[in-house]
Structures are given as C-alpha cells and as structure tokens.
Design a protein around this ligand. Structure first.
Ligand SMILES: [Zn+2]
Length: 558
C-alpha cells in the first residue's frame, strides 16, 4: 500500500444514479452466482463511499464558515439514507444466501451478526426521518460553534473557555462558567426545541420499524450484539456503589486542601493546588515531543506516528470557524486515519491527542482485516484503544509536561478519569429515561436530569449559576443530541482502560503488547469477546470496578 498525502486525497462524488447503477450491477453478479467477486467489488465500493463521506464531513468541521464545505456536507447528508437503503437491501439479500457456509467463511461470523442487527434498523419508510435527523444535529453543532464569548479582553468559543474554567484564580473560573451558562440560558428555548424534535423524530422512527420506543432501536443502531439495557443498568449501579463514594471523598479532600468553604461547580475543574499541569509548549513543541515519546514506547506506534505527521493527517490547532471537539476519522480506501482536535494550551491537549492517537493506531493496525465491517470495532470497544493509550503513555509524561509536573499530571488524569464515571453514567441514565417517555415536556426533561444528578453527583453545587442549577447542564453534552445512547461507551471503555493501567503498573511491556494485539484484532469480534481476548474483565461482570477503584484509591491516597 503506498501512503498518500492528505492534501492529495480526492474521492469520486457519488450520486443517486451512480449508487443505483452500482447496486444493479451487484445484484446481477449475485444473480449469476458470483458470490466472492461480488463481495469484493462491494467492499471496494463501500470503502470509496465511506472515504468520500468522511472527507466531506471533515472538511466541514475544519471550516464551518465555508459555504462550499457546508453545501457538500448537506449533499452528503441528503444522500446518506439513499446509500443506507442500498446497503441494507444488499445485506438482506446476502443474509438469505443459500450457501451460508460460503458466506460465513468469506466474511466471518461477527460481520454476519452485525448485518443481522443492521437490517432491523432501516426501512425506506424512515429515509426522510434520517435526513431530518442529520439536519437537526447539524443545527446543534452550528449553534454550539457560533458562541462568541468575551473574557479577559479576548473573544473565544465554548472550547476556548476551557483554560479559564480551570484557572488557578477562583474569580476567573467563576467568570468562565457564568459566561458558558449565560450562552446556554440565551439559547435555552432553541436547545429545548431541537432536542424535543430529535426525541420525537427518533421515537417515530422506532414506531415505524415496529419497536415500542427508541431504546431497542438505539442499541441496534450502535450494533450492540452481546449486551442489553439491563446489563448497562447494572453497570450504572456498580458506578453508583463503588465510584460515587470515592469521588465524593476525593472532592472533599480537595476542598480541605484548598481551604474552600464549599466546593462549587466552578472549582471542580481545578484539580492541582499548584494549577493543573499544562503541556510544555505550543502545538509544534507538543507534536515534536510526542514523536520522542512514541519512539520510546513501541516501534509500531513510532513509525505510524511519523506516517501521520509526514502525510499531513493531523489537524490539531484551534482557529475561528473550526468545529469544536476532537475526533479520529478514516479513509478506508487508503488506510490512513486522520486526527482532528482543538489545542488550547491546557492538559486537554495531551488528553485529546493521546486519545485520538489510540483510535488512529487501532484503525491502522486493523487495516488488513477482511472487509470494511472489521476496520473499526463497535464504539465501546473502540474507546478502549483510545482511553487505554491515555494511561499507557503515563511513564513518558515528563516529555509532554516537563520532569517536575509528570507525577502531578498522572494524579490529575487519574482523578479526572474516576470523576468522569458518575457523570458518564448520568448522561446515559438520562437518555434512557428520556426515550422511555418521549412525550415528556422540556421542563420535565430538566427535572429528570436534576434528579439523576443528585444520585450520581450529589456533591454538585452550582452556587449562583442559575441555568445548570435548574437542570440544564445536559444541553452542553453534544452526544446527547448527536449520538444518542452512545455516551455509556466511554464509561465501559474507561473500566477496561483502567485495568490496562493496573496491568502496566505491574508489567508495562506486557500491558503494551496486549494493547497492540487488541488493536490488531480491530472489529473482528463483539465487545465482551474483545475484552476477554485482552485478558480484561468485562465491565458487566460483578465487581468489575472494585479492583481498579481500590488500586486508584491507594495511589491517590499516597
Ligand atoms: Zn474516542
């Protein structure tokens, strides 16, 4: 495989006609009994389509103000249900193929299980709803990107507030949080309206497909083949039992260390009394330091990183008009993934960078697996690769934050990882209640959030921040709008990543070898099978969190 440069990437733009013609040719191939050739042709076409769609979405994220990029994204979003329709029809036809053994030996049993799930999530009758769903989520993204917030003599967007929100000065932190929530208060009605429309739309799609509500459809859209909502509910209970009390103790210890009367919401982001450790330098410094880090960690990580860097597959500077957040996307026709981020000079830069590198490395290690369905695992498994790399880079952290701050960075990251679990399961529990009661009013949804917040984050004290105090915090979480029911995946993966951390404390090379092997298995198996293959305990097993929580508490108490 020759590796191209990102700037040279171009993929043919599909049309309704070209998709239909491709489909007809594949049908004709199957009519003639040519299973192997047809599967190979179709795999190539799906890779081209995905590469094109991924490039179009990436270009829009790189510049949300470009009319051309926006029009291309809208074109792709409108074409997407059409492409899904063809894809599902072919999957249905293949799943009914008389020679099941031949099909299974060509694709593997897991791919067939995925397809059996996929075909229950789509019917042409919801094509219009899917297009509407894409429009509503794009509206949320644009609204979030439009924030212009004036603070300390400069104007910034929501992600640009992060450094102020964890400033050592309490007044600055409070100002940042006041600004953030005044933006949400100002747009509260629109945010409620967008979400209300999304919930009703998703519920309607579920009803059209024969489900009671969106929950079973949502699980299937996420291709969850080996666990259900009852497993997830038990996992949330484990977090409530093992993690919530520990985080409460950590926050109380912090309150005493800082000498605050109470720990307010705007205090939670400041973890280290000396100020949260920041990267040693700007974008270029960090990119160069990471090169040394990966060189020391593993030859495969090292050569992959150089390939990304030299090919231009990294875009991590913050700039006006760029969409917020960080993600990794891929171009399956060429094999090299892409990392998108918004560096802001805080430790988040390191977190995002190591996280997205984990995704990218997995995708690259899996590039020779048979068939496009295996290039990425399902999302909860994919997050193991990213979140584990955040922990596996711990021993090399001095390169990124300086010798004196490395230990402080590790403690801060570990404490943040623990505190994330209650928040993450709260986001998930909220969505389960929302989709179980789609007729609830916006005010009732805010009340649901408030009640769950008290269960999972009883320490939360919003002080004079009225909007979140009334139950509005969930509106800042883009996954609730754009990726329904996905958020629990991060908490499931965190449970696995922390197990890698415990292993690495005992034997770092062995933990890294298990990690690289897991990356190579990509999406060849369902979640729990992948977890077990790496020697980890499934998060759904009783007490899966107990040992990692005990280890973490020991380290943080030291
Ligand atoms: Zn991720």
């Amino acid at each position: 495989m020759t590796v191209p440069r990102f700037a040279d990437l171009a993929f043919p733009t599909p049309t309704r006609e070209s998709l239909a013609a491709d489909h007809a040719a594949l049908d004709a191939g199957l009519d003639a009994g040519a299973l192997g050739d047809t599967l190979a042709t179709w795999d190539r076409q799906r890779r081209d389509y995905e590469s094109w769609a991924s490039l179009v979405h990436l270009r829009f994220s790189q510049d949300t103000t470009s009319a051309e990029a926006k029009a291309a994204r809208e074109y792709a979003d409108a074409l997407s249900p059409e492409a899904t329709g063809h894809e599902i029809a072919l999957k249905r036809r293949l799943l009914a193929w008389p020679d099941r053994a031949a099909l299974e030996s060509a694709l593997g049993p897991h791919t067939l299980r995925l397809w059996e799930t996929d075909v229950t999530t789509f019917d042409p009758v919801i094509a219009g709803d899917l297009e509407e769903e894409a429009k509503l989520t794009a509206r949320y993204t644009e609204l979030m990107a439009s924030a212009k917030l004036a603070i300390r003599g400069t104007t910034t967007n929501l992600s640009g507030l992060a450094p102020y929100a964890e400033d050592p000065d309490r007044g600055t932190r409070h100002e940042a949080e006041s600004l953030r929530w005044s933006f949400f208060a100002e747009h509260g009605e629109e945010l409620d309206a967008i979400y209300d429309a999304l919930v009703r739309l998703r519920h309607g799609m579920a009803r059209k497909l024969g489900y009671e509500n969106y929950l079973p459809l949502g699980y299937r859209r996420l291709r969850r083949t080996d666990y259900d909502a009852a497993d997830v509910a038990r996992y949330r209970d484990q977090v409530a039992e093992h993690v919530v009390p520990l985080v409460a103790r950590l926050l109380e210890a912090r309150r005493q260390r800082f000498g605050w009367d109470r720990l307010r919401a705007w205090d939670e982001a400041l973890i280290d009394p000396e100020g949260n450790p920041a990267p040693i330098g700007d974008h270029d410094t960090l990119v160069a330091a990471a090169r040394t880090m990966f060189d020391r960690m593993d030859p495969r990580l090292a050569s992959f990183y150089r390939l990304m860097e030299e090919g231009g597959f990294l875009d991590m500077r913050n700039r006006p008009g760029k969409a917020g957040g960080g993600f990794c996307t891929s171009f399956p026709s060429v094999g090299v993934p892409f990392i998108f981020a918004n560096f802001n000079g805080t430790h988040h830069d390191i977190g995002v960078f190591t996280h997205e590198m984990g995704h990218a490395f997995q995708n690259w290690e899996s590039r020779n697996l048979p068939g496009i369905d295996q290039l990425w695992p399902t999302m909860e498994a994919a997050e193991i690769h990213s979140m584990s790399l955040e922990f596996l880079t711990y021993p090399h952290m001095a390169l990124l934050v300086g010798e004196g701050a490395a230990e402080r960075f590790r403690r801060m990251h570990l404490e943040t990882a623990l505190a994330f679990l209650p928040y993450g399961v709260c986001v998930d529990h909220f969505q389960h209640e929302v989709y179980a009661r789609p007729e609830a009013t916006p005010a009732e949804r805010h009340a649901i959030w408030q009640r769950l917040e008290r269960r999972y984050m009883p320490w939360t004290d919003y002080g004079d921040l009225e909007y979140p105090a009334k139950g509005g915090r969930w509106q800042a979480k883009q996954h609730i709008y754009n990726s329904p029911l996905y958020y629990i995946d991060y908490t499931l993966a965190q449970c696995c990543a922390m197990q890698f951390w415990v292993k690495a404390r005992q034997d770092a090379p062995a933990a890294l070898a298990d990690y690289v092997a897991l990356c190579g298995r990509g999406g060849g198996a369902p979640f729990q099978e992948l977890v077990r293959s790496a020697g980890l305990i499934s998060p759904f097993a009783p007490d899966a969190l107990k040992d990692v929580v005990r280890e973490a508490e020991g380290v943080l108490a030291a």
